[in-house]
Ligand binder design. Structure first.
Ligand SMILES: C[S@@+](CC[C@H](N)C(=O)[O-])C[C@H]1O[C@@H](n2cnc3c(N)ncnc32)[C@H](O)[C@@H]1O
Length: 267
C-alpha cells in the first residue's frame, strides 16, 4: 500500500475543539476556492437518484465542509428537491451545530452527539459521504467501513480533494517548502472564513497556532490518502452481484481532475 499514516494533530482527542474548528473552517474556504462543489455535487446527485435516496449522512463533517452549499444546489433539481443533509463528526463542532440546526432550513442538521465513521451502524440511514475524511482511517478501520457498507448494503461515497501520487521520499524532500506554502495559504484563507471570529483571528495573527497546525495537517494528510490502487487492496473480496463499487478521478465537465472518489452502491 502506498499510503503512509503520518500523524495529524487534529486526530488527537485532547486537541482543543476551538482550534480544530478554526482549522476545518479553512478547509471550507479552500474547497470553495478550488470549486469542488459541482464535481462532488454531480457524484452525490447521481448516487441519490440511482438509489432513490432522500438523505445524505455526512461523516467527519468538521465545520460542515462543502456539504451544506452542495445540498442547496442538489435541491434545485426537482428530482432531488426534498433531499436532507445530516452532518456528523467524531468531534462535533459546537459552532457548526449552532449554525446549521436552524429551523429556517430544517433539511440541514448537525448531530450533537459524536458519530464515529468506523461504526456505520450507529449512523442514520441514507447515502453516507466521507469528504476529506477517509484518510483519517488506518487500513483496518478503512477496510471495516467498506466491509460494513457492503455487508449492510449501504450506499457510501468517499471523496478526497487531492490524490497521493507523489512518492513519499519526494514528499519528505519538499516538506519544508510545502509547510511554508500552506502556512501562508492559511493566513490568506482566513479572510474567507464566515463568520470570522475573534478566536480565528487571534490564533492566526497573534499566536499563529492555526496556520502552523493547518500547514502540518495539510501536509500530513497527503501521504495518508488512499490511492486508487490502495482502494483495490481495501476492496479485495468485497465484490458481489448485488453491490457495485466504482472509483476514479472526480472530474469537472471540462474533464479536469478534481480529487478522487470511491462510490459503493447496492444494485
Ligand atoms: C480534514 S477534516 C474534513 C472536514 C470536512 N469533511 C471538510 O471537507 O471540510 C476531517 C474530519 O474528520 C473527522 N474525523 C476524524 N476521524 C473521524 C472518525 N473516526 N469518525 C468521524 N469523523 C472523524 C475530524 O474530526 C474532522 O472534522
Amino acid at each position: 500500500m502506498k499510503r503512509v499514516h503520518v500523524p495529524e494533530i487534529e486526530d488527537a482527542s485532547w486537541f482543543p475543539s476551538g482550534l480544530r474548528a478554526s482549522m476545518t473552517n479553512l478547509i471550507v474556504v479552500f474547497a470553495r476556492k478550488l470549486g469542488i462543489i459541482p464535481v462532488l455535487g454531480a457524484l452525490v446527485s447521481r448516487a441519490l437518484k440511482a438509489g432513490k435516496l432522500g438523505r445524505v449522512v455526512d461523516l467527519g463533517s468538521g465545520s460542515g465542509g462543502s456539504m451544506p452549499d452542495l445540498i442547496e444546489q442538489v435541491r434545485v433539481n426537482p428530482e432531488t428537491a426534498n433531499v436532507e443533509l445530516v452532518m456528523t463528526d467524531k468531534f462535533p463542532n459546537p459552532e457548526a451545530i449552532a449554525r446549521f440546526n436552524d429551523p429556517a432550513r430544517p433539511y440541514l442538521t448537525y448531530a450533537r452527539e459524536s458519530v464515529d465513521a468506523t461504526n456505520l451502524a450507529s449512523a442514520p440511514s441514507g447515502l453516507k459521504t466521507m469528504v476529506n475524511c477517509f484518510h483519517h482511517m488506518r487500513p483496518p478501520q478503512a477496510r471495516a467501513i467498506l466491509e460494513s457498507a457492503h455487508r449492510e448494503r449501504q450506499p457510501i461515497l468517499i471523496y478526497e480533494l487531492q490524490d497521493n501520487e507523489v512518492p513519499f521520499a519526494l514528499w519528505l524532500l519538499f516538506l519544508p517548502l510545502g509547510l511554508a506554502i500552506l502556512f501562508v495559504m492559511a493566513l490568506l484563507l482566513t479572510f474567507g472564513v464566515r463568520p470570522l471570529t475573534g478566536r480565528q483571528l487571534a490564533f492566526t495573527f497573534l499566536i499563529p497556532l492555526v496556520p502552523m497546525f493547518y500547514a502540518w495537517d495539510g501536509q500530513a494528510s497527503l501521504p495518508r490518502i488512499y490511492t486508487l490502487k490502495d482502494m483495490d487492496e481495501l476492496l479485495a473480496g468485497l465484490e458481489s452481484a448485488d453491490y457495485v463499487w466504482e472509483k476514479g478521478y472526480a472530474k469537472t465537465e471540462q474533464g479536469k481532475k478534481k480529487g478522487i472518489y470511491l462510490l459503493g452502491m447496492p444494485r
